[in-house]
Design a protein around this ligand. Structure first.
Ligand code: HXC
Length: 514
């Protein structure tokens, strides 16, 4: 064979690159409980589907001992493959090669695959495991980050962008994941922070571990930076794969349609919601009693848990569910839950995923802490996101829908397409107790038995407003329905809204209260 020698050389060269940073560095990676970059790609993608590009790229740095230094693949692997048959573009930083640090050629590989993903209109997955800007390359690495951030923003709303944090992701490097749609973290492995423990110690004199500063739990529970948390890398990859089944390849396509399945009989909608409006229950059981196969893929499960967001399916089509969670702080809206829901609504709207909103909340959370934390500014994001969204919007009011909470949770006034209320719905400016105390203050305080009069007035207010019929009389609610009818009506709503048009005045873009 004439090419035998050449083929041998190619094989040899490939073999060298496959060594990554060498035996010692790989052993260190394994000792930290981490997979290598290549193992990660193989675990995530369909078998034999990965094609690697730019395997032989070399860095071009000369200073600080870099001249002649071999860094295989320049510390990052890029390519394309499939997940359950869906095409994806992927990069994985290789910590065994110079700590996965980002030099100019490393950045160029990442931006190349980002450009490819955008051009082909396919999802982009980034696996981050890096010591950050390659210190020897100075401003060239900073330029590389800037190029990545710009592309993250350009691609936003066109292709799904997914970040998997499987090692350090420090300094400005954290902003690429923060600009993407979904961030996955793994316990004990993921670390995200702007300034590390050493800097904090020297500047502020405070001692803190990397884990407590920006470990997986911190981002899944406290900051809200992470959307999915898992205990192991393999579990994390299963989550990424599941997510891919719910979302479309790009903003011009629908998500893949599945075979419709009835909810499981173990989730009976009529048994879930207690009649007493003060009694808590898990709203996720309502979603599971509505969604196909009772399957609900929750996002940001452990952060701002007073609101629940995630994907399910109705008649095989992906739906974004947004629901108050009476189990946590009675389901009130606050700074974090408003942020959480608003961003998800914008995601669903950008990717043509219909929204189903389940309402049961006493309103926005009162108090100095919330006011000073900016509940006005953050709460406005939710109003903006629902008002702006043009995908089919279906709302079901289960029990309480008080005050600003009623308006914010995809009300008719923010252009919900379908508003259903259960007979147990209470649509009012505020709860009967608070309302009676305010509007009948004088009668109550001047009565010979103030407590008795207060109770009477509360009942009076309840009779008048704590029901869905005043809103139904105005057409703010389209139908008062029995709980058991909910799924059937949502399926119908979805069917009749598949050709929905939405005319909006032309503008460059709005100015949401970021
Ligand atoms: C060059 C780096 C590097 C970096 C790690 N390495 N980070 N090389 N630039 N940023 C190299 C190390 O020199 C070492 O090389 C190898 O990678 C493995 O690193 P270790 O330190 O041995 O690993 P470990 O003990 O696990 O510590 C990991 C680490 C630490 C915590 C990430 O390496 C570290 O603190 N790195 C620097 C982090 C940092 O400050 N980055 C810059 C952030 S500023 P050898 O050859 O010895 O094996 C930034 C700005 C971005 O990123 C701004 C964007 C807008």
């Amino acid at each position: 064979m004439p090419f035998n020698n050449k083929i041998e050389e190619l094989k040899k060269r490939k073999e060298e690159v496959l060594q990554g940073g060498g035996e010692k560095a790989v052993a260190k990676q394994v000792a930290m409980g981490k997979l290598t970059a290549r193992e990660r790609i193989i675990a995530l993608l369909d078998e034999d589907s990965f094609d690697e590009y730019d395997m032989f790229v070399e860095h071009d740095a000369r200073d600080f001992g870099m001249d002649g230094k071999v860094l295989h693949g320049d510390g990052v692997i890029i390519g394309t493959g499939t997940i359950y048959g869906a095409p994806v573009a992927i990069f994985a930083q290789d910590f065994t090669v110079a700590g996965g640090s980002l030099g100019s050629m490393h950045a160029r590989k990442i931006t190349k695959i980002m450009d490819y993903a955008l051009r082909m209109r396919i999802p982009l997955i980034g696996i981050n495991d890096s010591g950050g800007a390659r210190i020897q390359e100075g401003v060239n690495s900073l330029a590389g980050y800037g190029e990545i951030f710009w592309r993250n923003t350009l691609s936003s709303g066109i292709i799904p962008q997914i970040s998997v944090i499987l090692g350090p992701c420090a300094g400005g490097a954290v902003y690429s994941p923060a600009l993407t749609d979904f961030v996955f973290v793994v316990d004990n492995i993921s670390k995200m922070f702007i300034t590390g423990p050493e800097v904090i110690k020297s500047v502020l004199g405070e001692e803190i571990s990397q884990e407590d500063l920006g470990g997986a739990r911190v981002h899944a529970q406290i900051t809200g930076n992470a959307h999915f948390y898992s205990e192991s890398e393999y579990e994390c990859f299963e989550q990424v794969k599941k997510l891919i089944t719910y979302i479309p390849w790009n903003n011009t396509r629908k998500a893949r349609k599945f075979e419709p399945k009835e909810p499981k009989s173990s989730f009976n909608i009529e048994d879930v919601v207690p009649v007493d409006p003060k009694e808590p229950y898990d709203i996720r059981d309502v979603i599971k009693s509505i969604a196909d196969d009772s399957d609900f893929f929750e996002i940001q499960e452990n952060w701002a848990a007073n609101i629940v967001i995630g994907f399910g399916r109705l008649n095989g089509e992906t739906i974004g569910f947004v629901a108050n969670q009476p189990l946590v702080m009675a389901g009130v809206l606050d700074v974090d839950s408003s942020d959480k829901a608003a961003r998800f609504i914008r995601y669903c709207d950008a990717f043509d995923i219909p929204l189903c909103t389940l309402v049961d909340l006493p309103g926005y959370l009162p108090g100095v802490d919330q006011e000073h934390a900016g509940v006005i500014r953050h709460g406005a994001k939710l109003l903006y996101a629902y008002s702006e969204a043009t995908v089919p919007k279906m709302t079901v009011i289960l029990r309480k829908a008080y005050g600003g909470g009623y308006i914010a949770m995809s009300s008719r006034h923010l252009r919900a397409d379908f508003v259903y209320a259960w007979p147990s719905a209470e649509i009012a400016v505020m709860g009967p107790e608070g309302a009676a105390n305010i509007i009948f203050r004088k009668e109550i305080s001047e009565a010979s038995d103030p407590e008795d009069v207060r109770k009477q007035k509360v009942e009076e207010y309840k009779d008048k407003f704590a029901n869905p019929y005043v809103a139904a009389a105005k057409g703010y609610v389209d139908m008062v329905i029995e709980p058991s009818e909910t799924r059937k009506l949502l399926l119908h709503a979805l069917e009749v809204s598949s050709t929905k048009v939405s005319d909006r005045p032309h503008k460059k873009h709005g100015i949401p209260p970021f």
